[in-house]
Design a protein around this ligand. Sequence first.
Ligand SMILES: Cc1ncc(C[n+]2csc(CCOP(=O)(O)OP(=O)(O)O)c2C)c(N)n1
Length: 658
Amino acid sequence: MQYRADSVDKAMQLQLYQRMLKPRLIEEKMLILLRQGKISKWFSGIGQEAISVGVTSALRKNEYVLPMHRNLGVFTTRNIPLHRLFAQWQGKGSGFTKGRDRSFHFGSQEYRIIGMISHLGPQLGVADGIALADVLNNRNRVTAVFTGEGGTSEGDFHEAMNIAAVWDLPVLFCIENNGYGLSTPTSEQYKCTDLAQKGVGYGMESHIVDGNNILEVFSKVDELCKSIRKNPRPVLIEFKTFRVRGHEEASGTKYVPTELLDTWSEKDPLVNFEKFLVDQNILTPDLITTFRNEIYSEIDFNLKKASEEQDIVFDEKRELYDVYKAFDYTDHHAGEEKENIRMVDAISQGLRQSMEKHGHLVLMGQDIAEYGGVFKITDGFVDRFGKERVRNTPICESAVVSTAMGLSINGMKSVMEMQFADFASTGFNPIVNYLAKIHYRWGEHADVVIRMPCGAGVGAGPFHSQTNEAWFTKTPGLKVVYPAFPIDAKGLLATAINDPNPVLFFEHKGLYRSVYQDVPTDYFTTPFGKAALLRHGTEVTIVSYGLGVHWALDTLGKNPHIKADLLDLRTLQPLDIKAVYDSVKKTGKLIILQEDSLFGSIASDISAMVMENCFQYLDAPVKRVGSLETPIPFAKNLEDHYLPKNRFEEELIKLLSY
Ligand SMILES: Cc1ncc(C[n+]2csc(CCOP(=O)(O)OP(=O)(O)O)c2C)c(N)n1
C-alpha cells in the first residue's frame, strides 16, 4: 500500500494510528465476549477502520456524523466513554437507550452522533435535514453520513441524494463499498462500475477513495470538508474497502472466495499503516506496546465498570412515560374578533400564525411554494416568509420525512404537507420507525407535523380518498389529530406545531370548503386529548370524528326526537376515552361512526375498551358503523354505497329499539 506521507503531518499520523488501533482492540475483545455470550450480536468493522476514523477526524467536534453498524471508529474517535458503549451493548442503564435498543442504534447530542435505525436508508435523509438546519442558520458546517453499498439500492439513498443536490446541502455521503451486503456480492447489488457514478446522475460531485488507506481517507475528506464549509454542497465519496469478517459474527464468510479474503487481508488498514509508520520512524515497537497497553487497560477498566452495573429493572410507568417527550401545553386564548371562514382558511390562517410565532419553523411539501399547494393552503406564504422557509420538495416522501427528522435533531420545527394522505405510504418507514420510536429509544424527539389531506366523498378513487389514520394510531410514539370543524382545525394545528412530538394532522378534503364557522382571528391553541360534546342526550352515545361527525349531525337533524350525546373525538392519539365512558355510563348505548372500514380501526378499539370497562352499564351491544372492507371505489354510486353515511341512520334506529 502506498502512503503519501507529505499529505498529513506526523503528529496527526500518529493520532490517526492510535484512533484506528482503539476500535480494532475493542472489537477483538468483543469477539471474545460474544463467544462467551456476554453481548448479543456483533457487526464487525475490522478492516474498515480507516474510513470511520479518517472521516470523523476530518470533521469538527460540533459537526454531526451519522454512522452505520460497522463504524465503531466514529464512536471512539468522538471519545465516547467506553463503559457507556459497553453498557449499551449489554442493554444496561448507563448505555444510551436504557436497554431499549441494541448495538449502534442510538444517538447522542453530546457527541453529535446520530445513530442508524435498522432500516439503513432513512438516516441519509436525516443528514439532509441536519445540514438544512445548518444552512438556514448560516452555520458553515458539514454533516457526514454513512451507508454500505447495499444501502445504496434503497430508495432512501436516491431520494436523499436528490434532495441534497437540489437544495445544495453540505452533506458528505460516504459509501463504504465493502464487497458484500450480507451475502450479496456487489455484482448482484448494482450494475454500474463504480457507485461514485451515481453522484453524477444527481448533479453531484463524487470521488473514489481507497478506504483502507488512512492517509488518503483523512486528507481527501479534510480537503473536502474545508471546501464544503466555504461552498456548501453535497459530495459523494465511494470508499473502496472489504468486509473481512461475516455480516455479523454468527453468519460467517463461507460464501466469500478465500482468495478475495486473502487479498484484502493483505490490505489491512491498521497493519499496513503501522508498518509504514515504523519504517518512517514515527512509530517504534515500544510505542506500539505502550499504546496497546493503554488501550487494553482502558477497555478492561470500562468493561469491569459496565459488567458490574446491575441489569436494567423493568418499570412499566417509565417505559410508558418515555414514549413521548413531555409537553407542557399552554392555553393561548384568542381575542373577541371572529371571521366566518372555511376549514381550509382556518388551517391556512393557523399555519401562517405559527410561522410568525416560530421563526425556526420550516414548511416542506410538493408544490407548496409559489403554487400554494394543491389545496392552496400555503398560498402567498412564499411572499410572506420566503423560499427558505416554504420549500417545494421533489416527489420523495420518505426522504422529506427524514429531512424533517434531521431538522428537528438540529433544533428546528417543521410541517410537512403530504400532498394527499394516501402518499404517506411512500413515507411510511421513517414515520413509523424513525419519528415514532426515537424518543423511546434514545430520548431525542421529533418535532414534526405531517399534514394529511385525506378522505372520501370526492369521487377520487382508491388512491386519493383514503382515511388512513389507523395506520398511525397503531404505532406508539405518534400523535394523531383529526378535526371536524374550522375552529378545532386552527387551534389543534397550533398545538400540533407547539408539541415537540411527531403529529399526524388529518384534514378532510371534503370539509375544506364545505364547513364554515366563526373562527377567532388571533392565534389560539386547543388541547389534545379532549373530545367535544356537540349534542347532549340520554338515550344513546354517538362517537365519531372527521367527516363522520357531520354525517351524525345530519342524521340527528333529520331525527330531532333522538336524544343523543354526540362526541367528536378531535384527537385519536391521545384519545379521550374517559369522555366516551362518562357518556356511555349515562346513556347505556354506544354507536361509533367512522369513515374508515372497521377491521383494526379506532371504532373497533373503542368498542373493545367500552366492553371491557363499561359492560355493566351497557343496555345493548356496542355498534360500529364504518365503510365496506374494500378499497375506495371511484364511481359516485359505488362510493356512496361504500361509505357508511347512508347506513348510519338505520343502525342508529335499530340500536335505539334494542
Ligand atoms: C430495509 C432493510 N432491509 C434489509 C435489512 C437486513 N440487512 C441488514 S444489514 C444488510 C446488509 C447491508 O449491506 P450494506 O449496506 O452493504 O452494509 P454492510 O453490512 O455491508 O456494511 C441487510 C440486508 C435491513 N436491515 N433493512
